[in-house]
Structure formats: structure tokens, C-alpha cells
Design a protein around this ligand. Structure first.
Ligand code: DON
Length: 303
């Protein structure tokens, strides 16, 4: 498969839609990102790197960090995680409060905001500086120096009233061990980590390779846990658009409001696409279309 050619074709076909949709503006610091950017990268489990467009421009990974905090949480807690967070699609927006109240403070899954806050809470219990632990976890996986953007983290922290409401609600149900303030501080910082498409595609290759990172970082998750994580990405990784995403793309994926989406082709490669303008569910509009073309053109998906 000539992935470079596939990526060139996708970038060419998608030119007319780049910029359609809306850049996330509820985090003030992200509102000024130009919507006219598009990058895509494929990193195969044998280490080949294919990239197109702005694939080496770093962006705010936002909710893609929830994938990595979940991996760290599973490494620490194993199956115990599931007593505090469910694993069903939510069918509601990623920052919805209604379901959390109705379900006694147990979030539906680890990829909606309250579920991710529980994972961050677990990291706050284990690490003195949890956001640094996330950054250090990502460096060997991506093979580069990773940082979080302090201005983006502070900007989200100042305006994170809904996340604070969810954290307080969970605290009232006994599902948050640390202070709401400490959990939100760490959460906003790991959401503000900046990476590019090549770094992210490389970071998820262990999910395409049975849980073992193909470039020598060893076992990140057992094969069984990696299978389960891929299943969660398929069913919950793109919020209430996950059904449509599975239908159109057919790959496990995780998106973020910075406009990035990572996807996994089991046995083959990690993929990342980035274009900042979003459709109403919070997924990159051009990014979703690019992944749909990727599986159509290559004829490969998990189905
Ligand atoms: O908590 C938030 O709202 C953001 N830090 C992350 C949201 C996000 O990326 C959801 N994505 N689609």
C-alpha cells in the first residue's frame, strides 16, 4: 500500500472543505487558531512515516489526551477502573451533566469529560504532578519532546465551569478522591498538550500492534487490554457521533476539540489527521471526511 500517495490524494480531494465548520471557541485561547490548516500522517508498525500538509505543525490535543490518561489509569488500576467509570456510549454531548446526575455520578465511559476527570483523579492520587507524568508517558511513545501550552491550560481553567460542575457532582456521589481544584488543574494541563500528526500517529501504533509499542518501548498494555481500548475508541471515541463514525470510517478513533483525530488500523498503522474546524459534535469536519476517504481508498478497515 503506498500510503504517501493515498494521503496526497486525500489532501487534494479535501481542499474545498478545509475551513468548513467552526473552530472551538469556548476555550478562548483556541478561538484564534486558523481553520485553514490540514495535516495527516500514517506511521506503520514497521516504522514507515507518511505525511501530508501540516502534519508537522503542533496543535492542542485536547480530548485525545483522554486516550493516554486512560492507558495510564489502566496500567495503575487494571479492571478496578470499571467500578468508577462505565464503558457504554453516552449518546449525549461530551460535556453533558444530565446523564451524570441520573446515573449517580458514574460516567458512561472514560472519553466523555466526567469519565476523563475520574481518570485524572486516579493520576492525581498516584503522581505529585500528574500533568508531567502524562507528558513523560508520551515522550517515548512519540519519540520527541512534548510539552503542554500553559496559556491554553490557563485559558480553559478560567472558563471550565461545566467541568467544575461535573467534578463537584461526582464528588457529591463519592466518585472523586482529590479536590475538584487539583483535578481540574491537572485535567486542563493534559488537555493542553501540543503534538503534531506524526507524533500522535506514532504514539498510537502500540494499539495497532497488540499493546506493544513497535519501536522498542515494550508492552504498554496487554493484548487483551489493547483490544478493549480499541473497542472503546470505536464505540465512544467520537462522542455522540461514534455510530456514524463507525459507519463511515470503520476504525477505532479518538478526537479532540483542537481538531485532531487519531485512528488505529489494527495490525497495520496508527493514523492522525488534523484540521481545526469542527462539526457540531466536536469532531474535525475535514478530519472525519479524510478518515472516511482513507478507509474507502485503501479498502481497509476493521470490518
Ligand atoms: O474539557 C474540555 O471541554 C476540553 N478540554 C476537551 C474537550 C474535547 O476535546 C472534546 N472533544 N471533542
Amino acid at each position: 500500500m503506498d500510503y504517501s500517495e493515498v494521503l496526497q490524494q486525500i489532501a487534494h480531494e479535501l481542499k474545498p472543505v478545509i475551513g468548513q465548520g467552526k473552530v472551538a471557541s469556548y476555550i478562548p485561547e483556541l478561538a484564534s487558531v486558523s481553520p485553514h490548516q490540514f495535516g495527516m500522517a500514517v506511521v506503520t508498525i514497521s516504522g514507515e512515516v507518511h505525511a501530508v500538509g501540516d502534519a508537522r505543525t503542533r496543535f492542542s490535543i485536547q480530548s485525545i489526551s483522554k486516550l493516554f490518561t486512560l492507558v495510564m489509569t489502566l496500567q495503575l488500576e487494571g479492571e478496578r477502573v470499571w467500578s468508577r467509570v462505565g464503558r457504554e456510549p453516552s449518546g449525549t454531548p461530551f460535556n453533558s451533566l444530565v446523564q451524570l446526575e441520573a446515573e449517580n455520578g458514574k460516567p458512561r465511559n472514560p472519553f466523555i469529560n466526567p469519565g476523563a476527570l475520574v481518570c485524572t483523579d486516579i493520576l492525581c492520587t498516584r503522581y505529585a504532578v500528574p500533568e508531567n507524568a502524562v507528558v513523560e508517558f508520551l515522550r517515548p511513545l512519540s519519540g520527541t519532546e512534548i510539552h503542554y501550552n500553559r496559556a491554553v491550560a490557563a485559558s480553559e481553567r478560567r472558563t471550565s465551569h461545566r467541568n467544575a460542575a461535573m467534578a463537584h457532582l461526582m464528588k457529591s456521589f463519592g466518585n472523586l478522591g482529590n479536590s475538584v481544584e487539583d483535578v481540574l488543574d491537572a485535567y486542563c494541563r493534559h488537555c493542553a498538550i501540543e503534538m503534531n500528526c506524526v507524533e500522535l500517529a506514532r504514539a498510537v501504533t502500540f494499539l495497532a500492534h497488540g499493546g506493544t509499542h513497535p519501536s522498542g518501548q515494550g508492552e504498554i498494555l496487554t493484548t487483551s487490554m489493547a483490544k478493549r481500548l480499541n473497542a472503546l475508541m470505536l464505540t465512544c471515541g467520537t462522542y455522540d457521533a461514534a455510530g456514524d463514525f463507525a459507519f463511515r470510517v470503520g476504525l477505532p478513533a479518538k478526537s479532540g476539540v483542537g481538531g485532531g483525530i487519531v485512528a488505529v488500523m489494527p495490525g497495520e498503522c496508527g493514523v492522525c489527521v488534523w484540521s481545526p474546524a469542527l462539526e457540531p459534535s466536536g469532531n474535525s469536519l475535514a478530519g472525519s471526511l479524510a478518515l472516511e476517504r482513507f478507509t474507502d481508498i485503501t479498502g481497509r478497515s476493521i470490518f
